[in-house]
Design a protein around this ligand. Structure first.
Ligand code: FDA
Length: 314
């Protein structure tokens, strides 16, 4: 494991893990491995909605709200997109009694973006209509840069159609995000700012982490100063500590973190009076999400391999 600490090795490993996150054979192997679920359970709340709601209830007991993500990124045809849309409609019904304590996050590829943008848009409008009926909020996660323009276009169409119960995610590692933040400020929509989790070429994203971090801080300040209830999605304590010093009413924004990542920091911020929301993923299609979490912190790979290697491979 010492290779994990060789300069440059982390970047190489990160790239390999992100590449592997798209490997269907590996996905099949891991999700069917007897220990697969066990290793994924650090970052994934379970495969069923009941398990996810248990996790949401446990978070609520520590003063942390949630956003649920029904995992699924391998939608390849219209019937699969329809099934995913129906699942989101159903999920909204289940979330209705929880109100703002638990909202919904989804990816437009789940609703059919890779099949046709108009299919994804129609499906999103159905989801937002249901969300409106049950007074719920829907966040559109942001995927890799091939999907950025289409995702924002569909979001803007939904906004123009009068849906105000939705928000977007913008990624600080993309060069374009400064402009997208300005667009969001003009609309007055809610933005979740994250650093970005996908493998992107230097033509579209900062290759250097310091530049991403600096851009994150600049965009966070802009959103906090002029935006409507922004969400700062990061576990980066240096950034969080800076934000805590800014003269911003802590009720006017929320910190967001991933289920299973820095849970002690999540609880501490909640105890200090900050609003904290955890992103709680669940479902059988957890492989790509899990691999992105490994890629974010190569040390996670040690824990993963240690668990798998403890038992003979099945
Ligand atoms: P950074 O990667 O610099 O990590 C800072 C510190 O946090 C690390 O030193 C470590 O201590 C801890 N940490 C971070 N990731 C960890 C992990 N996986 N395991 C253990 N510790 C970890 N991305 C995207 O492209 N589209 C999206 O829609 C979203 N949505 C989203 C929602 C929410 C609520 C969060 C928190 C994040 C996302 N992301 C995302 C992911 C995001 O882009 C980013 O990849 C991760 O949050 C990691 O970046 P940090 O800001 O935490 O900083």
């Amino acid at each position: 494991m010492t290779a994990l600490h060789v300069p440059g090795a982390d970047n190489l490993l990160r790239g390999s893990l992100l590449h592997a996150s798209e490997n269907q054979a590996l996905a099949h192997w891991l999700t069917h491995h007897p220990l697969g679920r066990q290793v994924a359970s650090r970052f994934v709340a379970g495969e069923s909605i009941e398990q996810a709601l248990d996790a949401v209830a446990a978070l609520a007991r520590t003063g942390i709200t949630a956003t649920l993500d029904h995992l699924g990124e391998t939608v390849r045809d219209a019937p699969q997109a329809e099934a995913a849309t129906l699942a989101e409609l159903d999920l909204l019904q289940r979330l209705a009694p929880l109100g703002p304590a638990c909202n919904l996050s989804l990816k437009l590829t789940q609703l059919g973006l890779d099949i046709s943008p108009s299919l994804a848009e129609q499906n999103l409008l159905r989801v937002l209509a249901r969300a409106g009926e049950v007074d719920q909020f829907v966040r559109l996660d942001m995927e890799d840069s091939h999907h950025t323009t289409a995702t924002l276009k569909i979001f803007q169409a939904a906004w123009a159609a009068g849906h105000r119960n939705c928000g977007i995610v913008l990624q600080a590692y993309l060069h374009r995000t400064q402009r997208d933040v300005d667009m969001a400020l003009e609309l007055g929509c809610r933005v979740r700012l994250c650093k970005g989790a996908y493998a992107e070429p230097a033509s579209v994203a900062f290759a250097n982490k310091t530049e991403t971090d600096e851009n994150y801080v600049a965009l966070a300040w802009k959103l906090l100063a002029r935006g409507y209830y922004p969400a700062l999605a990061t576990h980066d304590e240096r950034i969080i500590n800076r934000v805590k010093l800014w003269p911003i009413d802590p009720q006017q924004f929320e910190f967001q973190m991933l289920y299973g990542v820095r849970p002690e920091l999540q609880r501490r911020l909640a105890q200090e009076g900050f609003r904290v929301r955890a992103y709680v993923p669940f479902g059988v299609d957890w492989y790509a999400y899990f691999m992105r979490r490994l890629a974010e912190r190569p040390a996670n790979l040690r824990f993963f391999l240690a668990t798998l290697l403890k038992e003979p491979f099945g």
